[in-house]
Design a protein around this ligand. Structure first.
Ligand code: 5AD
Ligand code: SF4
Length: 439
């Protein structure tokens, strides 16, 4: 056995990346790496990048610059770039930042041990292919380490929707679903290792169509099967496209107790004209009708979403349609962004909205979303909720967990309650969390 080496991973962007970073740490665990919280004494620094934000690649280059001092002080330090910027930029990264030793795209994380060896030998360690094989299969072969109570499980990757603003179909490629048996095996393995809640991940997770013994399975069928796994108490999924919410998935929200009452269903805009220009293939009305049906199946479901303001050609009237849609839905929690151009996407070529106008719209939208979130959290006070405790809180004797509706909840409880679900009466609401008493 070689000496233990320290691995520092910095993760940007989405939950997919959080999950991928965990898998990368496990893959490199086999090469003698343990993770560390600071880059200062690391033997390898990995940036797990995200391409969704504006000037993503430029930000990675300037972030890399900050590690120059560490590299000079320790020439054995290896620096790697992973994630969607690695996929998009490829070799260019090594040309522009010669101190980068390793570049790996999201489809090739199982090759990390090999790439690490190459990098140590001073050879070019680059892999941004889209291989045919299932990368998860390689990553799954690892010792059974204990896990925390919650985990992400990627079931689908990539996207065929081509929204006019988005780079995902280019960086993550076409939609691919993992076969049913592999998902079920990994889920059972996670539960054996202590996991009680699984969030099924995919850029377009509700378009899941993984191969099963009797043909392709839908996401709802997969959820119904997962619900039978002994010890798996909670199931969530993210993120979804409105057009892929089929009847059985809606029904599952009313019929599967393990499926938690929280749904992230991005709409992006409330203006039909803009939705069309975004290539979203749904209308504000069809989205609202869909939510009505979901709420019929599960009345207490908490809705979440994504919005883009200042999309090219968006007028004041278009923006008011977005505000009106938000008023009608009443969201529990949302993400909202100012549009920013992604070179190579159709919207990048169009007439851009004035930056100040877009900022002002974003502020108004966020004020409304915050108001709704605050009201919904305040309305939880006095209610009894299920809480899965995940870790100890900052205050002595306190644990932190998540409610069924994904609210962070603080409550006094003994540490042996970590990993267990308790009934909690909510006593107060703060801006980003709730406090309660275990019943
Ligand atoms: N500009 C602003 N926001 C974007 N998103 C994706 N691409 C862009 C862009 N070019 C947002 C969308 C998506 C979320 C993950 O990021 O709202 O749902
Ligand atoms: Fe991007 Fe649209 Fe696909 Fe979501 S559905 S990943 S926004 S192209």
């Amino acid at each position: 056995m070689g000496e233990q080496k320290k691995l520092y991973i910095k993760t940007y962007g989405c939950q997919m990346n959080v999950y991928d970073s965990e898998r990368m740490a496990e893959a490199l665990g086999g090469s003698g790496y343990v993770t560390t919280e600071t880059p200062d004494d690391a033997d390898m620094i990995l940036l797990n990048t995200c391409h969704i934000r504006e000037k993503a690649a430029e930000k990675v280059y300037s972030e890399l610059g900050r590690f120059k001092g560490l590299k000079t002080a320790n020439p054995d330090l290896k620096i790697g770039v992973a994630g969607c910027v690695a996929q998009a930029e490829g070799e260019e990264i090594m040309r522009r930042q010669p101190m980068v030793d390793l570049v790996v795209g999201p489809q090739s994380y199982h090759r990390l041990p090999e790439l690490e060896t190459k990098a140590r030998e001073g050879r070019k360690a680059l892999d941004t292919d889209f291989p045919e094989e299932d990368k998860f299969d390689h990553l799954a072969k690892r010792p059974k380490a204990k896990r925390g109570p919650t985990a992400f499980l990627t079931v689908q990757e990539g996207c065929d929707k081509f929204c006019a603003f988005c780079v995902v179909p280019y960086t993550r490629g076409a939609e691919v679903s993992r076969p049913v048996d592999r998902v079920l095996t990994e889920a059972r393995d996670l539960v054996e290792r202590g996991v009680r809640e699984i969030t099924l991940l995919g850029q377009n997770v509700n378009a899941y169509h993984g191969n099963g013994a009797d043909g392709d399975w839908t996401l709802s069928r997969l959820i119904r099967e997962l619900a039978k796994v002994e010890g798996l108490e909670r199931i969530r999924y993210t993120t979804s496209h409105p057009n892929d919410m089929d009847d059985d998935l809606i029904a599952a929200h009313g019929e599967v107790p393990e499926l938690m009452p929280y749904l992230h269903l991005p709409v992006q805009s409330g203006s039909d004209r803009i939705l069309k220009r975004m290539n979203r293939s749904h209308t504000a009305e069809s989205y609202l009708r869909l939510i009505e049906r979901i709420r019929e199946a599960r009345p207490d479901i908490l809705m979440s979403g994504d919005f883009i303001v200042g999309f090219p050609e968006e007028t004041d009237a278009d923006f008011e349609d977005t505000m009106e849609l938000v008023r009608q839905v009443r969201y529990g929690q949302c993400y909202s962004f100012k549009y920013s151009t992604r070179p190579g996407t159709p919207a990048a070529e169009r007439a851009q909205v004035d930056a100040d106008v877009a900022s002002e719209r974003l502020q108004r939208l966020q004020a409304l979303l915050t108001q709704q979130q605050t009201e919904i959290q305040a309305a939880m006070v006095g209610k009894e909720v299920g809480v899965l405790f995940e870790k100890v809180g900052r205050r002595e004797g306190q644990l932190i967990g998540k409610s069924d509706h994904l609210h962070a909840v603080h409550a006094e409880a003994s540490p042996d309650m970590i990993g267990k679900i308790a009934r909690v009466r909510i006593t107060s609401a703060a801006p980003n969390s709730l406090a309660g008493k275990v019943i």
